[in-house]
Design a protein around this ligand. Structure first.
Ligand code: ZN
Length: 60
């Protein structure tokens, strides 16, 4: 079923809900995945907690 492709995830600012970052990871290493990260939001102009949302690269 699933191929060994990387999983993409987008990070949304918790305050303005803006998608600021996109990262990807190997599915085999999902023990390192965190749900929240404190990142700089250019819209809020400060460090804000970002929530993760998984996105798959749909290439057919
Ligand atoms: Zn923000």
């Amino acid at each position: 079923m699933a191929k060994g492709k990387s999983q993409y995830c987008t990070w949304f600012c918790k305050e303005c809900n803006r998608a600021n970052y996109v990262t990807y990871y190997d599915k085999k290493r999902n023990d390192e995945i965190v749900k929240e990260l404190s990142k700089f939001c250019p819209s809020c102009r400060k460090h804000v907690d970002h929530k993760r949302k998984d996105t798959k690269k749909g290439n057919g």
